[in-house]
Design a protein around this ligand. Structure first.
Ligand code: DC
Length: 231
């Protein structure tokens, strides 16, 4: 008998845990769709910033996001974020968006709209989704749920080495600043009322502090084989 449950891998965890590299690598290996849900919140935040919407006004934020056309390329070899038809993949990694994204993603109406979009992007079968609430809210029935974490110092070093950090190169104090920003975002993302960053009770916890992406990918593939969604 074939399984009726869709083949989905849910990957949650804080910034710098290695989620994106692992999720993309898995989707490439499996030929599945890759859904970077953080990119949808970042594109929504760019829309809010461009509209000059007050970041303290939840209703206006929700209205701005509702009027924005947000899309993603789900090809893991060429991921991209689109806002009103424009490729905003680089812009959404900038410091302005990074500073405002926690406020926008805390608005329940924004989450409701983007969760719907994320499920559409995942398609009917064969997808890897990464984010903060995939296992708890977006895909609560996913047969494989992983909560990926790493020590904050390791996460900050990874982020500081990323273009994601919104800086061109390492500089003195950079890792300290990135550590402070990560701690701030972890606190905001974990303490918000609507779908906080939280491991699903049935998620497998993986600490990537001492593991490279290839090792984490192999580990998750083994979980997917054990769950019967990958041969
Ligand atoms: O993964 P990222 O850093 O690109 O995510 C950007 C922000 O979006 C992050 O601070 C929290 C938010 N986010 C969220 O609230 N829910 C998700 N599923 C993904 C991201």
């Amino acid at each position: 008998m074939t399984s009726v449950s869709p083949r989905v891998i849910a990957l949650d965890g804080p910034s710098g845990s290695g989620k994106s590299t692992v999720a993309r690598g898995l989707a490439i290996r499996l030929g599945w769709r890759y859904v970077d849900t953080g990119a949808t919140y970042r594109a929504a935040t760019l829309a809010v910033l461009r509209a000059g919407t007050d970041l303290d006004d939840d209703d206006k934020i929700a209205a701005t996001v509702a009027a924005a056309l947000i899309g993603l390329s789900t090809d893991p070899a060429a991921p991209a974020a689109l806002l009103d038809g424009e490729d905003v993949s680089l812009l959404i990694r900038g410091p302005e968006v990074t500073a405002a994204v926690s406020a926008v993603s805390a608005v329940p109406a924004v989450r409701a709209r983007l969760v719907e979009l994320q499920r559409e992007l995942a398609g009917p079968d064969g997808s890897v989704l990464e984010g903060r609430d995939i296992g708890t809210a977006v895909m609560p029935d996913a047969p494989v749920k992983v909560f990926l974490d790493a020590a904050v110092s390791v996460r900050a070093s990874r982020r500081a080495g990323d273009a994601d950090a919104g800086v061109a190169s390492h500089s003195e104090g950079l890792v300290d600043r990135v550590t402070a920003d990560l701690a701030r975002r972890d606190r905001l993302d974990s303490s918000r009322t609507a779908s906080p960053l939280l491991a699903a009770p049935d998620a497998v916890h993986v600490d990537s502090s001492a593991l490279d992406a290839a090792a984490v990918i192999e580990h998750v593939l083994a979980l997917a084989r054990a769950a019967g969604i990958v041969s």
